[in-house]
Write a protein that binds this ligand. Structure first.
Ligand code: PMV
Length: 325
């Protein structure tokens, strides 16, 4: 009753920003992402009759508290589906996502946990069923089941049965790259969970955000299918700015940006003015991700590394979906 799975993180080009149901994680809007090969989690789940509770180690360190409880609560879903409520697991994860990189490390983490856990306990799940299960651990993780571009369809039903990710284009469809620009290693002040909630509950701009999603999604999918980098980049950058605008319209207002965040954004726009197509996107933290094409890799990396306040730049290609080891 043991299985190992590897899952990559993903970067949202159309952001998931807001929940309509917090307990089973149902979003207020559909979202779309690119899975990245550079950042991943490998997790082994070993269900053992003799255990009386779960054990979780991350990078060889035992985990307790909130992080442990989240993993254990997620294993409860797997146990319940398999009709084995009293079967506990030893979970070992190795995270190749630098925590300071501002990626939702929970995306690769929960995708790998769901895949390994389901397989270990003997559930035979389709990708769609696995994505739906993964969503209940961390929303953005449901997109990491697939390689390349994936869309999380928000669904309509209150039970979440129609809320899961679907593949849009595999990793080998188009060689688009992402530079993760790392600014500082401090923990973010407002978690994505809290940030979303405050925005949904109070932001004067939230309805405008929701209204803009269907058109963004339709156009970015056209751009992806035609490998139109300018179109995809422009929509992703505008969508990111609109998401971050909702935080300024919340009460109390907040922003994830630092001064260096803006410096990087401006450097990306300056590259464009000089004829290098590059576009930025930012998640619920200060770090910036830059989309670029392979032929511009050297220039983009050099420009980003030269920005004062940038501590590291990590380059990534499009990555594969969940695999079993
Ligand atoms: O799934 P969470 O709670 O890590 O939320 C992710 C939210 C964003 O990263 C800001 C956007 C997204 O779609 O990944």
């Amino acid at each position: 009753m043991k299985a190992t799975a590897k899952a990559h993180t993903n970067i949202a080009l159309i952001k998931y920003w807001g929940k309509r149901d917090e307990s089973i994680i149902l979003p207020t809007n559909s979202s779309l992402s690119l899975t990245l090969d550079g950042f991943y989690t490998t997790t082994t789940v070993d269900f053992q009759e003799e255990l009386s509770k779960d054990i979780f180690t991350l990078n060889d360190e035992p985990v307790t508290g909130t992080a442990f409880n989240r993993v254990s609560a997620f294993l409860d879903l797997i146990r319940r589906s398999a009709g084995k409520d009293k079967l506990f697991a030893n979970v070992q994860s190795i995270n190749e996502v630098p925590t300071a990189a501002g990626f939702a490390s929970s995306a690769s983490g929960f995708a790998a946990l769901a895949a390994a856990g389901a397989k270990a306990i003997g559930l035979e799940l389709s990708d769609q069923e696995l994505s739906r299960l993964t969503r209940q651990g961390s929303g953005s993780a449901c997109r990491s089941i697939y390689g390349g571009f994936a869309e999380w369809e928000m669904g309509e039903k209150p039970d979440g049965s129609d809320s899961y990710a679907v593949p849009i284009a595999p990793a080998d469809h188009w060689d688009v790259r992402v530079a993760a620009v790392i600014l500082n290693a401090t923990m973010k002040k407002v978690s994505s969970r809290e940030g979303m909630k405050r925005t949904v509950d109070t932001s004067a701009f939230y309805s405008g955000w929701l209204d803009s999603i269907p058109q963004d999604l339709q156009q970015i999918k056209e751009g992806i299918s035609g490998c139109d980098f300018e179109k995809v980049g422009q929509i992703a950058e505008a969508n990111c700015l609109r998401m971050h605008a909702t935080t300024l319209g919340a009460y109390p207002p907040f922003t994830y940006w630092l001064d260096t965040t803006m410096t990087v954004m401006q450097a990306v726009q300056a590259m464009r003015a000089e004829g290098i197509p590059a576009y930025f996107t930012i998640d619920a933290g200060p770090n910036v991700k830059v989309l670029y094409l392979p032929e511009n890799e050297k220039t983009v990396e050099k420009t980003l590394r030269n920005i004062p306040g940038v501590t590291d730049v990590r380059l990534s290609k499009s990555g594969q979906g969940v695999t079993y080891l």
